[in-house]
Design a protein around this ligand. Structure first.
Ligand code: DAH
Length: 460
């Protein structure tokens, strides 16, 4: 992309701290960028804006009274030491090798693109998932199993359930062929399965454990795969018992649900991930809806093989913490997790699930912006010069958490000129106060200016 290849010595602004929090969007990066207190060289891949860098080190998952940390601790209870070691302070800055290559992501996987991922430079990214640490953790071999809770970064939509920084927990359990009795993995895994607590969930799991579409790996026998899958599923069903049992209690205490004997229901759905096979997603029936909770599977043998631990086999999973926390605490907007407002922070205490008491029903303010993309960017040739996520980031960059929702409402290509037009509707709403007309107008004007300056769009 032409504008971003121009690496000019223009320092990215760290943003003003006026009440409005209108910020300058940097158009160019200088030759170095500081992330989490360390300097990195920039290049034409660099796309990490200051408002995202500012989230590095907030460590919501480590603040004991924060809902993200309370949720993390709740899940960790199902993965106790010494079998599972908890790693909760791994740096979010990882190599492309760690985040993608080590996990077998194909080179053309959309997740690698600059429209989806924050690059510090060509070789270095903000981790997009906690799976980025799998290979290293296998290689270190400190424990048979582990959990990794951390902040992860993705360019994405703006709405009440998406935020460019969120939290995940990874978990894995491996068995070593050279350490289990007689090298019999299947027997060892089955013995460990017997030790897991039983539960009274209703589980729907209809398909075969593996088949052509969700295949067994060459390196595993059918018996091994079946045992590992059974251990994986029982372990994760235990997470549902822990988390949703608590959620149900909290809902009953808040008068939102009745004490009934309807047991919790879950179902296993086949899935695909580059780093597991067979793979599944676990869904939970919650307040009448099936919720996708996590992804998991039998670890692709190439990962431990390449990490220098070829005799290990096992399973892994990944779960998003915001999703679970929103449901546990009744938090309606993902921006709230980042709030520094005492009215939010003082509501929660370590080890307790309590319903969020809303303090902010401030009015929304919708504003539209329509523009023509520069003609070069609508021409054919495969290069996307303006991606919806560029819009999201521009708005988030200028308005920060005052932007609640951004939607593409119209898009068309002019039949004669071939030029492409886009129209977005932005909802400005503070979680903390009523925005005045002047304030929203100023925000919106700043968004328009940023679009014009950064992407050379023609405002309509
Ligand atoms: N990394 C995946 C994601 O971010 C989640 C995931 C799926 C992690 C399956 C795993 C796994 O370890 O086995 O969507």
């Amino acid at each position: 992309m032409s504008t971003t290849t121009l690496l000019r010595a223009l320092r990215p602004s760290t943003g003003s701290t006026s009440i409005l929090r209108i910020r300058q969007i940097p158009r160019y990066y200088s030759s170095k960028i500081t992330v989490g207190g360390k300097e990195y060289p920039t290049d034409e891949y660099t796309n990490l804006p200051p408002h995202i860098e500012a989230c590095v080190g907030r460590n919501l998952h480590l603040s004991p009274n924060h809902p993200i940390s309370i949720t993390r601790r709740l899940i960790e209870r199902r993965f106790p030491a010494p079998v599972y070691k908890a790693h909760n302070t791994l740096s979010p800055i990882v190599s492309v090798q760690q985040n993608f290559d080590s996990l077998g992501f194909p080179l053309d996987h959309p997740g690698r693109s600059r429209t989806d991922t924050y690059y510090i430079n060509e070789k270095t990214v903000m981790r997009t998932h906690t799976s980025a640490h799998q290979a290293d953790t296998f290689a270190a071999g400190e424990s048979e199993g582990f959990t990794i809770a951390a902040d992860v970064y993705r360019r994405d939509a703006i709405d009440r359930s998406h935020y460019p920084v969120f939290h995940q927990m990874e978990g894995a359990r491996m068995w070593s062929r050279s350490e289990v009795p007689n090298g019999d993995i299947a027997a060892a895994v089955r013995a460990d399965l017997e030790k897991l607590p039983k539960h009274d969930l209703v589980v729907e799991d209809s398909g075969p454990i593996f088949h052509e579409g969700n295949p067994l790996q060459k390196a595993h026998s059918a018996e091994e795969c079946e045992a590992i899958a059974a251990h994986l599923k029982r372990s994760l069903e235990g997470v549902v018992v822990e988390v949703f049992g608590q959620a149900k209690k909290a809902a009953i205490a808040a008068g939102e649900a009745k004490e009934d004997d309807a047991p919790l229901r879950v179902r296993w759905i086949e899935a695909y991930f580059p780093f597991t096979t067979p793979s599944w997603e676990l869904e939970v029936l919650w307040q009448g809806e099936w919720l996708e909770l996590l992804g998991c599977g039998v670890v692709q043998q190439s990962i431990p093989d390449n990490a220098g631990t070829p005799d290990k086999v096992g399973w892994a999973f990944g779960v998003g913490l915001e999703r679970v926390a929103m449901l546990l605490f009744g938090i309606p907007d993902i921006r709230l997790f980042w709030s520094k407002d005492e009215r939010f922070l003082t509501q929660f205490a370590e080890g307790r699930i309590t319903k969020f008491q809303s303090f902010s029903k401030y009015p929304p303010c919708y504003k539209d912006v329509a523009f023509w993309l520069p003609s070069s960017s609508s021409s054919a040739g495969g290069q996307v010069a303006f991606h919806e996520n560029d819009m999201m980031e521009t708005v988030r960059g200028v308005a920060g958490d005052l932007a609640e929702d951004v939607r593409l409402t119209d898009e068309f290509t002019h039949p004669k000129s071939g030029k492409k037009s886009m129209c977005f509707r932005i909802n400005y709403r503070s979680l903390e106060k009523t925005l005045t007309n002047e304030e929203t107008n100023a925000l919106h004007e700043a968004v328009r200016t940023a679009l014009k300056e950064k992407y050379a769009v023609e405002l309509r």
